[in-house]
Design a protein around this ligand. Structure first.
Ligand code: PLP
Length: 356
């Protein structure tokens, strides 16, 4: 690094390694919780018709009113609650941190969980506390969480529900306790909402310190980059002030609006993924593999020689996620996204061969 850049770039940024994305194309890609299904021809035809109406020479609707109204309808957002849209929910995490990062504020997340909470806090120089989950089921460590919430005030707490990478839902009683302590803002990240029957969206009117974050990425629209925050205007009007103007481009606005008008298409795909999750879980269990129950579109499992199995799968064109080394509780853990039945079949058969 030149001496100019090494003196100008913040030391906390120089210490980071870039966010890892796969280096090449894999025939079977089961690492990133993408929906494996394509959309049928009539959907694509109708979609291209509405896309043609986009005025590319104009800036998009800055507040995306039409899309917001469609999101309200599709997800039954309570009328009393506001919405804020982000270029993926990653951007919403960043907006929250920009708006709430004060010298005395601490961001709290459980670990292992979604790494972007900690990463963006690091970029922004925000104080961060990670509270380990409790084995054997990756449940919330309530005494540790309550103590941390009480000693570090004010706080911004992120909970992924279901959690990534462990796939479980936390206890509703524990979450109620955290909401009732009411010492800060709690963001429940429901990125995997399409794959579970549980959601806190309807609870929003009951808690003034709760925001719900959702994304269309895992539903089947990862290429669009659209996430939303739902909750009280008291929070969202403030956080909206740090939103970059026109953050939701016109193609995303039109496409997301169209896709949500055809929400049942995506719900049907999610339903299939849930069925194949059950099947894959049974197959892995029958092979004697430890699999954690999952309410998301992936399974976490562990094997004695996880890293070499991961490498071997990769050599054979199957990319999953190696979690080993990312957190002490994830020793020998791997994560596989639920693919099509064919992809799941190739994965299982290859794994079987490697293990025998
Ligand atoms: C994938 C994921 C996200 C990121 O969603 P984008 O909208 O694609 O940025 C957020 N939270 C969790 C828990 C995730 O697993």
């Amino acid at each position: 690094m030149s001496s100019i850049s090494s003196s100008l770039i913040k030391p906390e940024i120089q210490q980071l390694s870039p966010y890892q994305v796969p280096d090449k194309v894999y025939p079977i890609k089961l690492d990133a919780m993408e929906n494996p299904y394509s959309l049928d021809v009539s959907f694509l035809e109708q979609w291209s018709q509405v896309l043609k109406t986009a005025s590319l020479n104009r800036y998009p609707d800055p507040s995306a009113q039409t899309l917001k109204q469609q999101i309200r309808t599709t997800f039954a957002i309570p009328n009393t609650q506001e919405l804020l849209l982000g270029n993926g929910s990653d951007e919403l995490i960043q907006m929250l941190i920009v708006a709430l990062n004060q010298p005395k504020t601490t961001l709290i997340a459980v670990e292992p969980s979604f790494v972007m909470y900690r990463l963006i806090a690091q970029w922004m120089g925000m104080s961060y506390q990670g509270i380990p989950l409790q084995m054997p089921t990756f449940s919330l460590d309530m005494p540790a969480l309550i103590k941390t919430l009480e000693t570090h005030q004010p706080t911004l707490l992120f909970l992924a529900y279901p959690n990534n990478p462990t796939g479980n839902l936390f206890s509703d009683q524990d979450i109620a306790t955290l909401l009732e302590i009411n010492s800060g803002l709690i963001v429940i990240d429901e990125a995997y909402g399409p794959f579970t029957d549980h959601s806190y969206l309807s609870q929003l009117p009951n808690y003034s310190n709760l925001l719900i974050m959702r994304t269309l990425s895992k539903l089947g629209l990862a290429g669009l980059r659209l996430g939303f925050l739902a909750g009280s205007a008291l929070w969202l009007e403030q956080i909206n002030k740090v939103r970059l103007p026109y953050n939701i481009n016109i193609l995303t606005q039109i496409t997301a609006n169209f896709a949500l008008q055809h929400y049942t298409t995506f719900q049907d795909q999610a339903q299939k993924i849930r069925q194949h999750r059950t099947a894959l879980c049974q197959q892995l269990t029958q092979m004697g593999i430890k699999v954690w129950p999952s309410q998301a579109n992936f399974l976490m499992f562990s094997l004695p020689n996880a890293v070499s199995i991961y490498q071997e799968l990769k050599k054979q064109g199957i990319l999953i996620k190696c979690l080993h080394g990312s957190h002490p509780l994830l020793e020998n853990c791997l994560r596989v996204t639920i693919g099509t039945p064919e992809e799941n079949g190739v994965f299982v058969r290859t794994l079987q061969t490697l293990l025998s």
